[in-house]
Design a binder for this molecule. Structure first.
Ligand SMILES: CC[C@H](C(=O)O)C(=O)SCCNC(=O)CCNC(=O)[C@H](O)C(C)(C)COP(=O)(O)OP(=O)(O)OC[C@H]1O[C@@H](n2cnc3c(N)ncnc32)[C@H](O)[C@@H]1OP(=O)(O)O
Ligand SMILES: [Co+2]
Length: 134
């Protein structure tokens, strides 16, 4: 089922400061900040030779990462995103196996314009997993 590691996401309280740290201190190539109203976050992507880092800051009310940042005020690793060849087939197998798919269970379009789903962290070693259609 699992393909490439598409990105590792880090939730941060201040995405401009985090972007400057990656750009200026770590010399990384960083994208513009892009508000994602449908997901309640603003994203910045850091391109690496073998994958990406996704910086996330809460956007608007009821951001799904707000409580995570209350628990981790300096920020922290928030989720990992794997690519899958067929996100619907993957979802249906996971549900059949008893895993919890978050939200409505229907994929939403993510930051890369591809369908994405999220799996409950309690079912995957305490780690929030995102699946993205390859
Ligand atoms: C633009 C899209 C972009 C992309 O890549 O394309 C994105 O990645 S969007 C990213 C933001 N969106 C999401 O994260 C959607 C899925 N997430 C959620 O629905 C919530 O974050 C949820 C339900 C996983 C957790 O929400 P919340 O923290 O408010 O719930 P609880 O406080 O009830 O927590 C329940 C339980 O889970 C533990 N938890 C929460 N977040 C994480 C996490 N990131 N990693 C590991 N564990 C997590 C939390 O500590 C609670 O555990 P407990 O033992 O019960 O205290
Ligand atoms: Co993500």
């Amino acid at each position: 089922m699992l393909g490439r590691l598409n990105h590792v996401a880090i939730a941060v309280p201040d995405i401009a400061a985090a972007t400057a740290t990656y750009r200026d201190t770590l010399g990384a190539e960083v994208s513009q900040a892009v508000p994602q109203p449908d997901h309640g976050v603003t994203t910045v992507f850091i391109n690496l030779p073998n994958t990406k880092i996704e910086l996330l800051e809460p956007y608007g009310e009821n951001s799904p990462i707000a409580r995570f940042l209350e628990r981790n005020p300096d920020g922290g690793i928030h989720h990992i995103c794997y690519e899958v060849d067929d996100i619907i087939a993957a979802r249906d197998k996971l549900i059949a196996d008893g895993a919890r798919v978050l939200g409505s269970g229907e994929p939403k379009i993510g930051a890369h314009g591809k369908p994405v789903l999220f799996l409950h962290p309690k079912d995957f070693c305490g780690t929030l997993v995102e699946l993205e259609q390859a």
